[in-house]
Design a binder for this molecule. Structure first.
Ligand code: ARG
Length: 465
């Protein structure tokens, strides 16, 4: 049981207490960040004349050797240390002796852990955005290929109006684009360095916080030392954005599960992304889509957990905040895994274009266009709506569709109908004429695809790679 703070204590910590309190089993995840932060700290301490050049060199060399040995497996991070900070410091002292004891000058584990968590999540914000971008590329390619793949659009899961697969996928493109931009915003807002805030009230050493911040790639230092060690807003924002990503993925999965069902057959998920049944030989189940949908709850759980943990904590640091880590790490890994798998599933999925188009034709998806046709002939829209409503009822009774009726039958319901109605309510016309910005008409969609291609080419991630 290696502890940094034994001086004031006369008794050993109870074993159960020690285990309950320890965080090394999970904060080992930011070992690299802890070393990186410590190096920046001592470089600054030397610049400020708090450490000699020799001491700094010894410490930096020692830290680098610890990093190297952990990487190549000669040094193991074991649970005999309370946390990753103790592990690094104890090993440093063991390696270089007295100089190692100066590493923690002008620093507390409170600002240290705030920094480590920030460095770790900052990197992961970029990783998640990279996964999102991969998915956006897949979506945009599919959109380009399916500008004229007709399918029904739904409201209330009832066929509503015809559109294209490009348009439907384009809706998800916009969602994941916003998710990517949310990552960009979070990155910018979180990018201030808490190191140098000490336990809560700064320190009397003449630290150059701006210098440490710049060494670690931050915009600058945070401006209130209490807030610096008590703030986990960036974790909450990140988890909130991750939850939104999962919500989008989950909706998409739900649709894919429906589309992949025996009744719809709009798509077929590739064998590599499906699983079978142990008893029913015919089955090919969309388990990956279901699992992604299922894991959404887990990510929401992390968000609600940290929000609840933080809500009653008085300033500044309290040990409750140690609870920010495990669920956050899990949520990040879950979302990255889900994005990668979903992307693979989408790339290999087969779209049954004929089935989709056939489904777009039946179900009166052209009823609005039929009403608009009458409006074009001078009928007020409300009257046109009523006429087409009666027409639909007539078709349902006869088990047919609007375009299959003869002109005589149409004229019986309204004399305004003429021969040009067939062209006006054809699937092609219904889709092609929807040309307002954001609508499914292929010409309108082409412009959207162009704008989104531009968005990806000027990705905010370019400068972060
Ligand atoms: N393991 C702790 C955490 O994750 C590190 C900070 C400990 N600070 C303290 N004052 N006990 O929050």
């Amino acid at each position: 049981m290696a502890q940094l703070w034994g001086g004031r204590f006369t008794k050993e910590t109870d074993k159960l207490v020690y285990n309950f309190n320890a965080s090394i089993s999970f904060d080992r995840k930011f070992f690299e960040e802890d070393v990186e932060g410590s190096i920046a700290h001592v470089v600054m301490l030397e610049k400020q004349g708090i450490l000699t050049e020799e001491e700094k060199n010894e410490i930096v060399k020692g830290l680098a050797s610890i990093r190297e040995d952990v990487k190549n497996g000669t040094l193991e991070i074991t649970e005999e240390y309370e946390d990753i900070h103790s592990f690094v410091e104890a090993n440093l002292i063991q390696r270089i002796g007295d100089a190692g004891k100066k590493l923690h000058t002008g620093r507390s584990r409170n600002d240290q852990v705030a920094l480590d968590m920030k460095l770790y999540t900052r990197t992961e914000v970029v990783h998640v955005a990279q996964e999102l971008e991969e998915l956006l590329h897949t979506l945009l390619t599919l959109m380009e290929e399916n500008l004229e793949t007709y399918m029904p659009g739904f409201t209330h899961l009832q066929k509503a109006q015809p559109l294209t697969l490009a348009h439907h996928l384009g809706a998800y493109f916009e969602m994941f684009k916003r998710d990517s931009l949310r990552m960009k915003d979070i990155y910018a807002r979180m990018n201030y360095c808490p190191l140098g805030s000490g336990a809560l009230a700064g320190t009397t050493y003449p630290l150059d916080r701006g210098y440490t911040a710049s060494l670690l790639g931050f915009e600058g230092p945070t401006l209130n030392s209490m807030d610096s060690v008590a703030d986990r807003d960036y974790v909450i924002e990140f988890l909130s954005a991750l939850s939104t990503v999962m919500m989008h993925l989950s909706r998409f999965c739900e649709e894919i599960i429906i589309w992949n069902s025996n009744e719809y057959r709009f798509v077929e998920i590739d064998d590599a992304y499906s699983t079978g049944s142990s008893i029913m030989p015919q089955k090919k189940n969309p388990d990956i889509a279901e699992l992604v949908r299922g894991k959404t709850g887990r990510v929401y759980g992390a968000l609600v957990s940290i929000l609840t943990t933080m809500k009653g904590i008085p300033l500044a640091y309290n040990k409750d905040m140690q609870e920010d880590k495990e669920l956050t790490f899990d949520a990040i890994d879950t979302v990255k895994g889900c994005l990668a798998l979903f992307n693979g599933m989408l790339k290999t999925m087969k779209f049954n274009r004929e089935v989709m188009a056939a489904s777009a034709i039946n179900g009166f998806t052209n009823a609005t266009d039929a009403a608009d046709y009458l409006v074009g002939k001078g009928v007020p829209f409300r009257d046109a709506h009523g006429i087409i409503g009666r027409l639909v009822l007539y078709c349902i009774e006869k088990n047919t569709c609007i375009d299959a009726l003869s002109l005589e039958e149409l004229k019986e319901i309204s004399p305004v109908f003429e021969a040009d109605v067939y062209e006006a309510v054809s699937l092609k016309t219904c889709v092609e004429k929807r040309l307002t910005v954001g609508a499914p008409g292929p010409e309108a969609m082409k412009e959207v695809v162009r704008l989104n291609r531009e968005f990806l080419e000027n990705s905010w991630l370019q400068e972060k790679r």
